[in-house]
Design a protein around this ligand. Structure first.
Ligand code: FES
Ligand code: MG
Length: 594
């Protein structure tokens, strides 16, 4: 062994290793071929990756192609060298069968890149729904210094003088079309009005949720999440983010220093206050497991349920992304929760300082958009967790429940009322689309709609299809929403009071597979129960019959990855990660790749 000192930077093992000069020469020569100099590569400057999620296939994140120039300038200005590289694209609206299938694929590939290449730190370019968790999961696993940068929401959409928000307008347009109030051309025009610029969904969908939570977790600079994509402040934030990551490398400030249990509990509270997406518990569970942090679904109810809804964004409220930014964004929400003593203020952030220090004293700039704690839009806006003989766990987003429904079923602990009705069961979205308007189903205002075969294995990837519209004949009669329950997900832009993410899913042996159309089902939100009113003997008989038939059937895999994911993926309640991958933690601290 030589007596040379350990590397100051991990990139020096590639570019400046006197003990292995032939490999150093080999690594260096190819990275010189586009004009970098040997002097730069051996200057002891941190090499910073820019994990680029933008592309023509990923329009939500495409503006990162522009922002990367300012990230690079920030990296240079702080004395680093930027290496930009592509990340496997994930576009929520474009990827079939679902972008949910690709989160774990992007995770896997980014772990390999961060581990196997000469990178000392990385800028994670986040945005569209699954890009944020995928990149944070990988950064947590490898644990080199990492900082996230949101691409920012689109500008507000408008149509006929009204705000039109991404996704949310689709659910509205569906109803208008079913009621015959608009035609097909009008449908497209109305929906397109919600996308006036570059950026991600301008509603409080999964994108704004996850970008807000990335900031609440401490993984991006304060104020970064809410800046609209085209604003000049977004370019300034890109530059500041590039500068900061270089210093984070010098300070050896890593995801494991930031992603603590306190940080996750802060994110849960912020999620309630912003009216965040039902996808958040799935993604935070996944990030936490890869970070080695204990977090369970019950934490969402314990820590999050009693937080009121403060942010008045669609789908729970009326405003959109630009308004959220001008009202103060995440720091204003965090500061308001801090004034109630609710935030774990000591949690560290990418700034090197605590979230308490960075958010202290931030005022709400527009109380119509971010309400003060004592005048919330809704009380108790966090999720309700349910369990029973239908599933081990499922969640309900209460920030979108009507006041009438809340008063009847949720708020009064002395009132024994629970909702009960006959089930109509669909096996996957194709079955639902084919039959929802069939009068033979005899769907009434009392019916509970069930969707199964839509989980991580069944679909595969877990489809956002549980929020089902009522049959057209009921919509025309004025009834818009029926309770929907299922083992898939729901778009964060949907305002449906659905019961989602049921685990285990039918395809993983869950009891949802035993439910039959016509069975009565009872949901008690106060007690957190969801049960088929079927005797244990009958359930056992159905289970035996299902097992004899080979179990709940799902469509065949169409690609190799679908098959691999189906073999390894866990359930939504535990993050739907590739089971076993969580054994690999803090990889960088264990040494260099061979
Ligand atoms: Fe990409 Fe909503 S579809 S952010
Ligand atoms: Mg979505």
């Amino acid at each position: 062994m030589s007596d040379s000192k350990p590397f100051k930077l991990r990139s020096q093992a590639w570019f400046d290793n006197p003990d292995n000069i032939d490999m150093t020469a080999l690594y260096i020569e190819r990275y010189l071929n586009f004009g970098l100099s040997q002097e730069e590569l051996q200057s002891g400057r941190p090499i910073i990756g820019i994990a680029q999620t933008g592309s023509d296939l990923s329009p939500c994140n495409r503006h990162h192609l522009v922002l990367a120039e300012r990230i690079r300038e920030g990296i240079r200005d702080a004395g680093g060298i930027a290496f930009e590289f592509p990340v496997h694209p994930i576009q929520e609206t474009g990827k079939r069968p679902t972008a949910g299938l690709d989160r774990n694929l992007t995770y896997l590939s980014l772990v390999e890149v961060l581990h196997g290449y000469p990178l000392d730190g990385v800028v994670l370019t986040i945005g569209c729904d699954k890009t944020t968790p995928a990149l944070l999961m990988a950064a947590a696993t490898v644990d080199i210094p990492a900082i996230a940068l949101s691409v920012g929401p689109m500008l507000n959409g408008r149509h006929d003088g009204q705000r039109t928000g991404s996704g949310t307008i689709v659910w509205k347009a569906r109803e208008l079309l079913a009621a015959g109030e608009i035609d097909k051309a009008g449908f497209v025009k109305l929906v397109a009005s919600s996308a006036p610029s570059t950026g991600y969904c301008n509603t409080m969908g999964t994108a704004t949720t996850m970008n807000s939570l990335a900031e609440a977790l401490g993984m991006q600079l304060p104020g970064s999440a809410a800046i609209p994509a085209p604003y000049r402040a977004r370019q300034e934030m890109a530059w500041a983010t590039g500068k900061r990551i270089v210093d984070m490398v010098r300070e050896d400030l890593k995801p494991s220093d930031i992603l603590t249990r306190e940080a996750f509990l802060n994110a849960i509270m912020v999620n309630s206050a912003i009216g965040g997406s039902t996808n958040a518990p799935i993604h935070l569970a996944a990030i936490a497991r890869h970070a080695g942090v204990e977090l369970e679904l019950a934490d969402w109810q314990r820590t999050g349920h009693h937080i009121p809804l403060l942010v008045n964004l669609q789908p729970a409220g009326e405003y959109l992304g630009e308004d959220y930014y001008h009202a103060g964004g995440v720091p204003a929400v965090v500061a308001e929760l801090m004034r109630q003593g609710l935030i774990h203020e000591g949690a560290r952030t990418v700034t090197g300082r605590s979230i308490g220090e960075t958010c202290a004293g931030v005022a709400i700039a527009d109380e119509a958009v971010i309400r003060p704690f004592d005048r919330p839009l809704k009380p108790d806006a966090g999720f309700v967790i349910l369990s029973g003989n239908l599933f081990h766990s499922a969640i309900m987003k209460t920030s979108v429940i009507s006041d009438e429904f809340r008063a009847r079923y949720l708020s009064n602990p002395d009132d024994p009322d629970a909702f009960e009705g006959p089930a109509v069961v669909f096996d996957g979205p194709e079955d639902y689309h084919a039959r929802i308007d069939d009068p033979a189903l005899e769907i009434t205002a009392q019916t509970l709609l069930f969707m199964r075969g839509a989980g991580p294995i069944g679909f595969p990837g877990a489809a956002e299809v549980v929020n089902m519209r009522a049959p057209a004949y009921l919509i025309r009669a004025g009834l818009h929403a029926l309770p929907c329950i299922g083992d898939g997900r729901q778009s964060g832009t949907s305002g449906s009071p659905s019961i989602l993410n049921a685990s285990p899913e039918a395809a993983a042996g869950g009891n949802l597979a035993l439910l039959q159309t016509g069975d009565r089902v009872r949901i008690d939100l106060r007690r957190g129960t969801a049960d088929m009113l079927i005797s244990d003997e009958e359930l056992a008989r159905r289970r035996a019959a299902l097992d004899a038939s080979g179990g709940y059937a799902h469509p065949a895999s169409q690609t190799p990855w679908q098959e691999i994911q189906r073999r390894l993926v866990g359930q939504l309640e535990s993050g739907a990660i590739l089971e076993g991958a969580e054994r690999y933690q803090r990889i960088a601290a264990k040494g260099l790749p061979r």
